[in-house]
Design a binder for this molecule. Structure first.
Ligand code: MSP
Length: 610
């Protein structure tokens, strides 16, 4: 019924060539869509925290990336934070390459699920949306998420664009009215095929029974786009990433696309359907447009063409695997219908799980990101999830593992090496570099090792293998530690004469390694990187203008004075974290009020012996 084909629409289809839109601009690179660009003459400055306006990057290649727009039925949990942390790391890396990045995030505020949740909390929907949307912004600030655009689907500028888009699709003959009867999952906001449901018609994602619904709705003629979609995917196999998700999408399409309902008669909290205010536009047909409406400025005339001219198509939609069908099937078909370019890539990452189940608001098994970030700081949280979860796959969280990883990598491998080296430099060289790092490294194989690892980090950042990029940076730290242990400069200083000179050079070499680590790790742990840079005697402005080219060996110069050593990352004490857990288990009124604090073991200010 819903999958029927309107023949007059089929005629329109023959006029439509989605590949014009997709391919006339920039063809997909067969190896990689994200090519490395050389450092530009004037490199853009990156904000460490959120930026509200874009600085001008004339001539720079634009890189637009998006997170999903998060439902405001409940405040963010760690699963929603995960996508945003990954997106922010990618955005920061792309800025380092000199690109003009537009990093879009926001909140999805319409629909039944939101209205129900507002009512359950005794609020009117609009109050509720303001409150929860703000909690996302607050979390992004705490996590050092430097987004460029935050879109809300209740914003009038967004609504205007949704209506215009709807009109275009309608004018193209792709919207018709019909009855629909089926099983609906309110949490997915989607009618489900019976064959994909579990026992008792339970939704496999939310483990809750779907409800039978019958509605008179407007439909989008998705089935008409079956062939064009198949062609898009076969001509651009990198459109859906990781590669194994492409098969999934191709299987859906092959099994036959059914038209889908794009309005709701029973839901008031939404954008009215143009020319029929008894129906509201389906949340997905509304929210996906946020990726385009976000591009407009508040003081600009709000229309599709203006928005599109400001950065569409997106280079990358970063999403969780549960919403792949909307992004890799529905959305491209909708765009084709409106004769707009398709995004260049959709990357579906895996889930953060707890006891093997998707962590989520509907299942109520979430991990509190505010608590985590207050307890351990943004760098630790960002680093752990990026390093620990292979991007694309699922990953489980455990506090033990969290503490082990961040202590071993950030406190020991990186923090301690910097601290020891600065301590030795203070004691023996008045905190001053005795020679240029390029001169110091002549004939030293460590420099080549670092260069190779920097390249490994870059290629992995580019291909979105974020965990491997992290690993490469850590390997640089391991190489630095091995050099320190092997050279034992503290012994050389004791020997005096030429040995002292050699030891002083060794310290310059290790500090140059630390500097390179700071640049290469800055997409993932920006505060930590800034702290390292400051201790190496650079200003905040100097840090804010680094580019990926600064991973090249040789920035540290003779005479540069290092700052007073202080731990850049304090070790988390396992015992303290356990006490904290015990504290949580105590009955409420026996708990102390206030934030959970982690007792940290301060690293010595200066360590002169290894
Ligand atoms: N509102 C829609 C998206 C519309 S985009 C135009 C939505 N919102 S959501 O809040 O339910 O989910 C947002 C994102 O968070 C999705 O990509 C989803 O996969 C992700 N995550 C939610 N729980 C998650 C985990 N437990 N783990 C990782 N990501 C998860 O869908």
């Amino acid at each position: 019924m819903a999958a029927r084909l309107n023949t007059s629409l089929q005629n329109t289809l023959s006029l439509l060539n989605p590949f014009n839109t997709l391919l006339t601009k920039k063809p997909f690179s067969s190896r990689n869509s994200f090519r490395f660009s050389k450092k530009l003459p004037s490199s853009p400055r990156r904000a460490l925290y959120c930026t509200s306006s874009l600085e001008s990057h004339d001539n720079a290649e634009t890189f637009v990336l998006t997170t999903p727009l998060y439902y405001v039925n409940a405040p963010p949990h760690m699963g929603s934070a995960y996508t945003t942390i990954a997106a922010d790391s990618i955005a920061r890396f792309q800025r380092l390459l000199g690109k003009k990045v537009i990093f879009i995030t926001g909140t999805d505020e319409h629909g039944e699920k939101i209205a129900t949740s507002a009512a359950a909390n005794g609020r009117n929907p609009s109050e509720h949306c303001d409150l929860i949307s703000q909690s996302y912004r607050t979390l992004w600030k705490e996590l050092d998420i430097a987004y460029d655009k935050f879109v809300r689907t209740t914003d009038p500028k967004h609504e205007a664009i949704v209506k215009e888009f709807y009109d275009r699709v309608f004018a193209n003959g792709d919207i018709y009215r019909a009855d629909y009867e089926g099983l609906y999952c309110v949490n997915c906001e989607e009618y489900k095929d019976e064959k994909e449901l579990l026992e008792n018609n339970c939704c496999p994602v939310h483990q809750m029974p779907c409800v039978a619904r019958k509605e008179d709705n407007y439909f989008f003629a998705l089935s008409k786009y079956q062939k064009p979609l198949e062609e898009v995917l076969s001509q651009n196999p990198r459109f859906v990433q990781p590669a194994y998700r492409l098969n999934e999408v191709q299987t859906w399409i092959k099994s036959g696309l059914r038209d889908f309902s794009i309005s709701r008669a029973l839901v008031d909290w939404g954008i009215p359907v143009p020319n029929d205010d008894k129906q509201t536009i389906y949340v997905w047909f509304d929210a996906l447009l946020g990726y385009i409406s976000a591009l407009t400025e508040d003081n600009e005339q709000q229309n599709l063409d203006t928005a599109v001219s400001l950065g569409w198509p997106a280079s990358l939609h970063l999403i969780g695997k549960d919403i792949l069908r909307f992004h890799a099937v529905y959305w491209p078909a909708m765009l084709m219908s409106a004769r707009l370019n398709l995004p260049k890539m959709v990357f579906g990452h895996g889930f953060l799980t707890k006891d093997g189940m998707k962590m989520g608001k509907s299942l109520g098994n979430t991990l509190e990101p505010f608590e985590l970030v207050q307890k351990f700081g943004p760098d630790a949280v960002r680093y752990f999830f990026i390093r620990e979860v292979e991007f694309g796959n699922d990953g489980d969280y455990s506090e033990d593992r969290f503490i082990k990883i961040v202590n071993a990598h950030l406190a020991n491998t990186i923090g301690n090496l910097l601290n020891r080296t600065l301590g030795l430099l203070k004691k023996n060289c008045e905190s001053t570099l005795v020679v240029d790092s390029t001169v110091a490294a002549e004939g030293v194989p460590l420099k080549d090792t670092v260069e190779k690892l920097v390249e490994k980090a870059r290629t992995n950042y580019e291909s979105l293998s974020l965990s491997t990029a992290c690993e490469a940076v850590l390997e640089i730290g391991n190489a630095g530690n091995a050099y320190m242990d092997q050279r034992a400069p503290w012994m050389l200083f004791k020997q005096g004469g030429v040995s002292t000179e050699a030891a002083a050079k060794d310290l310059v070499i290790i500090l140059e390694v630390m500097r390179i680590i700071a640049v290469a790790l800055s997409p993932i742990a920006p505060c930590l990187s800034l702290k390292i840079y400051s201790q190496l005697g650079f200003s905040n402005d100097q840090f804010n203008s680094i580019t990926w080219d600064d991973t090249k060996w040789g920035e540290l110069k003779e005479g540069q004075v290092m700052a007073q050593a202080s731990p850049v990352f304090v070790r988390i004490e396992l015992e303290a974290a356990e006490k904290d857990e015990e504290e949580k288990k105590k009955p409420k009124d026996s708990k102390k009020k206030g934030k959970a604090k982690v007792k940290v073991e301060q690293q010595p200010q200066t360590v002169t012996e290894a």
